[in-house]
Write a protein that binds this ligand. Sequence first.
Ligand SMILES: [Zn+2]
Length: 78
Amino acid sequence: MPTCSFCKKPYNEHKGIVVFTFDGKSLSYCSGKCRRNAELGRDPKKTNWVRREKKGKSIKELKEEKIRSIKEDTGDKK
Ligand SMILES: [Zn+2]
């Protein structure tokens, strides 16, 4: 099971694309989206759609935190 070199997500074989660079490295991408984003030189940490693997915190918790911070921001303006 290869892992995508951009989004670090494990995916099934017979899917995606493997790019061999001139340095002898092989880059496997799960989708054309990941390949294009990597070719554009984007940082996977900064892209919103890449799932971050944070210790202890789930996506639901992160969303709740975001909502809380937005609520706090609006509260300060008043
Ligand atoms: Zn990917």
